[in-house]
Design a protein. Structure first.
Length: 166
């Protein structure tokens, strides 16, 4: 055997080993990468949601009220739960004012509508004692409301931004 034959065998062996290593390692690497990607996507898709709030916070109180009130309007047929929620979250002197608005407008004064929205968003509007509400009725139809609260976090007024009822 001459040195060229030995060198060729050595090169072939090295190439063969490198090819085998690549053939085994590449699918393992791709599988691990795909699993990591799938795991991240799955984790993101099924990650639990969190809602945080404080009863001493105007934003939380209004969000709690609107969530419970809308559920009560959807689920309870006799209206008693919605009425009890109003008594709990709205200041007593505002209940009479709200009843007058409802009589004049033939609508629910809390929602400013005759029906119940599909979803709602509650956010701070930059003014102390006021919270903004966006009610979504479907197909991007929304109503914006402003809710005023007293220092005890009780609702003192519900109205539309920029309207005379605010």
């Amino acid at each position: 055997m001459n040195s060229n034959t030995t060198t060729r065998k050595h090169v072939r062996r090295t190439v063969l080993i490198a090819g085998l290593v690549a053939a085994v390692a590449l699918p393992i690497g791709l599988t691990a990468s795909a699993q990591a990607t799938t795991g991240a996507a799955t984790a993101g898709a099924v990650a639990p949601r969190t809602v945080t709030g404080r009863s001493s916070d105007d934003l939380t109180r209004v969000a709690d009220f609107y969530g419970a009130y809308i559920d009560a309007r959807l689920d309870a047929e006799d209206g008693r739960l919605a009425a009890e929620l109003r008594k709990f979250y709205l200041r007593a002197d505002y209940l009479g004012e709200l009843a007058k608005w409802e009589e004049a407008n033939q609508a629910d004064g809390v929602l400013r509508a005759q029906n119940v929205p599909l979803k709602w968003t509650v956010k701070e509007n930059g003014t102390a004692g006021q919270v903004g509400i966006t009610l979504t009725w479907g197909q991007a139809v929304t109503t914006r409301l402003v809710v005023d609260l007293d220092h005890n976090h009780r609702i003192t007024h519900i109205g539309t931004p920029g309207a005379g009822d605010n």
